[in-house]
Design a protein around this ligand. Sequence first.
Ligand code: PAF
Length: 281
Amino acid sequence: MRVVRSIRTMQRLVSQAKRSGKRVGFVPTMGALHDGHRSLLRRCRRENDLAVLSIFVNPKQFGLREDFAKYPRREHDDKKLAKKEKVDIMFVPSVKEMYPEGYLTYIEVEKMTQFLCGRSRPGHFKGVTTVVGKLLNIVTPDVLYLGQKDAQQAAVLKRMARDLNFPVAVRVCPTVREADGLAMSSRNQYLPAGQRREAAVLYRALREARQGVAAGNRSSAGIAGGIRSRIGRESSGRIDYIECVDADTILPLKRIQGKTIIALAVWFGKTRLIDNIIVRT
Ligand code: PAF
């Protein structure tokens, strides 16, 4: 596996691979890799000739009071995991390499970024689309792999790729969960033991919501209310949002219909966790 830090080298290696007819798969991450990332890397490895992983903690997607400084950075461990998963290239640019002095250009997807995490984290998705747009231009993959855990991010990036004609197929892979159902996230490690135990309520509440929909409950307010009261009964979590949104447009739905994402963000102490499930009616 090659560790590449410069954009020019990354571009040169991919264009060589493409000239010899190789199909390129790409998994963008911010590192602190866990089994969720591992499942993306495995699929990327299986489906492509060249598997590229990027690790870049992107300052432009963190708000001023968010956890950019304390976000876990584990390049050594990440490298071991990437090698084990047979990644060909691990791209680890510096902030200066990605955003040199005088950087001025941004990508913004409208409307779909106004709800859920977009409402609670103003500017977050502008940072995500900008960095992923840049990474797509640098890596020029045939296939981009994203996780369903970040459902809004996946929908926004799909839309960006479509609207801006990036020649890439986007694959959204299922959320990987801990044994008690908690969605894997690099932020789980912030949780002290008590909050970590409590956080398993999120998936229990989402599963109960899915049963409610299966039993015929179509009211978004009713479904959100059920989730809210279960979280309140079984944990000290503080709810940021619980919403039912259309899976493609990410616009809130009054009544659940078609492919719907039931999504939530909940604070446990200073850690904000997100999770979601998809239901179809
Ligand atoms: O999901 C993430 O880890 C990040 O938002 C991403 C897609 C790598 C962009 O920085």
